[in-house]
Every structure is written in structure tokens, then in C-alpha cells.
Design a binder for this molecule. Sequence first.
Ligand SMILES: [Zn+2]
Length: 255
Amino acid sequence: MYIKTSINYSPNFSTSARNSKKIKYIVYHYTGMKSENKALKRLTNDKAKVSCHYFIKNNGQIILMVPELYEAWHAGKSKWKKDVSLNKNSIGIEISNKGHEFGYQNYSRKQISSLIKLTKYLIKKYKIKRSNILGHSDIAFVRKKDPGEKFPWSYLANKKIGIWHKIKEKELKKFRNNNITKIEILKFIKHLNKIGYFVKSLSKNKKLKLVKSFQRRFRQNLINGKIDKECLIIAEKLSNLCWANNFSWKSKNNA
Ligand SMILES: [Zn+2]
């Protein structure tokens, strides 16, 4: 497989090459800046100390900014499953979008189609598990909202990218805003832990951000930080799927 890219190298990367076996995550971001050009300038400015491997422009064009075998600086302080600071074992993809601060837009069809091609190429190359395809907000929910609730996770899951619960909207809607018990809240948090989220000893404020991050990814119609019955049902389904097969990249389970 060949991916058509143009090149605009960033000076921000760790100079010793890593072993390709270390690469086990893909992390999606939005740029969150007023314009695409500003985002590209920042990602190539050595003072900014940030970068990504690939950048997807509004028109779908893919730019290579850091070669895959070098660590790009996109994740920052982050946690997922037993991993901390995911830069060292991930590929970071920035998608041009103004983000929540400057006018969050729908991702363009061309962006998503390029993203699918690029991700499939990377999955094959590094044997990346479906459950290891993540958003920045999954691994850094205290600080980050990207790629946000307009990111088409469900559509991507139909293309075998990332995990999804596959429960029909009609079924789920009945449980939206339905209160749950304290015991069920604890169950919800346990499920999140099984999926990979970091849930240990969080303050009230951080817990709220965790729930919002879960909703941005898996219950995109309502982001309110409240754990309702719908959230519980979704989390339960996802954690059971993770438990059952750990989403091996070869797995026949298309969950
Ligand atoms: Zn990000």
C-alpha cells in the first residue's frame, strides 16, 4: 500500500530512532487553531516544541511532518491502560479543525477519507489493535477535548478502525438522562478502567472531565458530564468486548 503525502518536516522530534515494535497506538487530534496555516506554522516552529507525524489538511491532503520511526511531540502528559506518556509508542495525526475554542467544525469528507486510508496503512504496518486507536482526549482528558464529539468514531468503526458499541441510537435514547444508583456509578468507572481510561483517585473536577471525554467519544449526542443509564449501557458493552477478545488486530470480531 502506498500513501500519497507531501512533506513539511517539523524540527520537533526525539532524535534517536525507535524500534518499530514500540509503535502500538494511533492518536488523533484536531489542530484547534484559527487557521490551517497557523497550525502548520506552530507545528514547524522549534520554540513551540510540538509536532505530529501526519497532518491532514481541510482539502484532505496528507502532510508528513515527522518520520514514523522518530517520536513526535503530540500527546504530552498522557495515560492509557498501563502506558504513560504515549509519544514514545504512538503515531500522532493532526486533523485541521478550529476546535472548540475557535469554532468547532464538522470534519470534511476528504479529511475523513484520507484519514481512513492513512490509518489502514498504519494498522497493517505496525499491527495496531483496534482498541489502541485513540483520541487525544481519551489519554489526556483533564487537558484535552480533541478530536471531539464531531469526530466520526462510529463511521470509522464500520471501516474496522477503533472500537464502537454498535447499539442502535433508538435503543439507547430510551435511557438518556435516566438516573443510576451509586453502585452503578462504580460499575461505570470500572468499565472505563477496563476500556483503558485512567480512573484512579480522581478529584470531582477530573472525574467530570473523564465522563465528558467518554461522552465525546462514545455518546456524542449529549456531552454533559453526567453518568446516566445510557452511558452505563454503552460502557458495559465496550468493556465486555475488550474483555472478550482484547481486540486483536487479527480478530474476526468486528465490534
Ligand atoms: Zn491534541
